[in-house]
Ligand binder design. Structure first.
Ligand code: NAD
Ligand code: DAO
Ligand code: ZN
Length: 369
């Protein structure tokens, strides 16, 4: 079938709006009509060429929601008409990762997903007869996309797809990192570096866990008002200080924070986030994705004296079993999503959505097909 898509033909170039060919679902696969998708910084990162797994030409996009159009042979858990959220972190329920009870990093489709291919090692997308790669197992920048069954969470039909698409990445990642990875305890002091959708969702999660103090840090002061609305109590712009930002935070908090979250993808900030943690127990969670080849550094004494460095992918959330619950909590008013959506526009304005993200003018832009 034909499908409208925004194709990344090469790193560093704008997406091109074209009509691509999409093959039907094979065994264990599902064809989905994406109703709405958003743009996350990770899409911009891959498009920039900094992603070691970035392959081109590809159909990017991983924060979407849609409706099942067709199912391949052997698909049992989904049927035509079901509402779904694509998962870049699959959940097969059978692999050693899924069975470990310790991680959400399912191994079932990982090897091929990282190469931009479906589990059988081929692609369902082509343009003018030439193959296009998939992206993160989701490729939501095509109106019709094909995913493995294990990469789809079935959600309530009552929920608006043009809102809950944000649960496909940003909102879930931030809240999940607080609840599942850090396990923030009531009364804690929390520092959040970077106030895009991920950082704001961390603030939301910290408030849900009854943190006493939430310090919001960004070089763009325009981000502070929304952070306040999500529950931040203190605001720090590193540009206002000559001292290293970790020292500023340590001085503000009688020795450091209980938990910090890096939501930028900057390895220098990752160091600051660790080093602003309290001696003996402070934990720093890396969420931001750094460029290919970059490395983190600190003095080992920081860890010897009790600070802990952790990372979090998709907030440690198991998509198929837990995401439907996030949708329900949104429907009950317990999770905010609408507040992240600063812009809404037709899908063909997708490059403008990337520009707004780069310029720091948007949190999330929802694109409608
Ligand atoms: P975003 O671009 O909307 O937000 C980043 C924020 O960081 C901006 O407000 C920017 O002003 C601020 N910032 C930049 N440099 C800074 C500095 N030196 N000090 C303080 N603030 C600074 O991005 P986003 O969509 O919220 O994504 C944030 C990061 O999270 C990205 O690296 C993205 O790839 C990553 N991410 C990770 C996961 C995961 O599962 N681990 C999931 C989604 C996104
Ligand atoms: O299982 O080895 C693995 C890697 C899984 C990929 C998880 C990606 C998380 C970070 C990228 C953020 C994307 C939005
Ligand atoms: Zn994302």
């Amino acid at each position: 079938m034909k499908s409208r898509a925004a194709v990344a033909f090469a790193a560093g170039k704008p997406l091109e709006l074209v009509e691509i060919d999409v093959e039907g679902p094979r065994t264990g696969e599902v064809l989905v009509r994406i109703v709405a998708t958003s743009v996350c910084h990770t899409d911009a990162y891959t498009l920039s060429g900094s992603d070691p797994e970035g392959v081109f030409p590809a159909v990017l996009g991983h924060e979407g929601a849609g409706i099942v159009e067709a199912v391949g042979e052997g698909v049992t858990s989904l049927k035509v008409g079901d509402h779904v959220i694509p998962l870049y972190t699959a959940e097969c329920g059978k692999c050693k990762f899924c069975l470990s009870g310790k991680t959400n990093l399912c191994g079932s489709v990982r090897a091929t997903q990282g190469k931009g291919l479906m589990p059988d090692g081929t692609t369902r997308f082509s343009f003018e007869g030439k193959p296009l790669f998939h992206y993160m197992g989701t490729s939501t920048f095509s109106e019709y996309t094909v995913l493995p069954e294990v990469s789809l969470a079935k959600v309530s039909k009552e929920a608006p797809l043009d809102k809950i698409c944000l649960l496909g990445c940003g909102v879930t990642t931030g809240i999940g990192a607080v609840i599942n990875t850090a396990k923030v305890t009531p009364g804690s002091t929390v520092a959040v570096f970077g106030l895009g959708a991920i950082g704001l969702a961390v603030i939301q999660g910290a408030q849900m866990m009854n943190a006493a103090r939430i310090i919001a840090i960004d070089v763009n002061p325009d981000k502070f008002e929304l952070a306040r609305q999500f529950g931040a109590t203190d605001f720090v712009n590193p540009k206002d200080h000559s001292a290293p930002i970790q020292q500023v935070i340590v001085d503000m908090t009688d020795g450091g924070v209980d938990y910090s979250f890096e939501c930028i993808g900057n390895v220098n900030v990752m160091r600051s986030a660790l080093e602003c943690c309290h001696k003996g127990w402070g934990e720093s969670i890396i969420i931001g994705v750094a460029g290919a080849g970059q490395e983190i550094a600190t003095r080992p004494f920081q860890l010897v004296t009790g600070r802990v460095w952790k990372g979090s992918a998709f907030g440690g959330v198991k998509g198929r079993s837990q995401l439907p619950g996030y949708v329900e909590r949104y429907m009950k008013g317990e999770i905010k999503i609408d507040e992240f959506i600063t812009h809404d526009m037709p899908f063909d304005q997708i490059n403008h959505a990337f520009d707004l993200l780069h310029e720091g003018k948007s949190i999330r832009t929802v694109l409608h097909y």
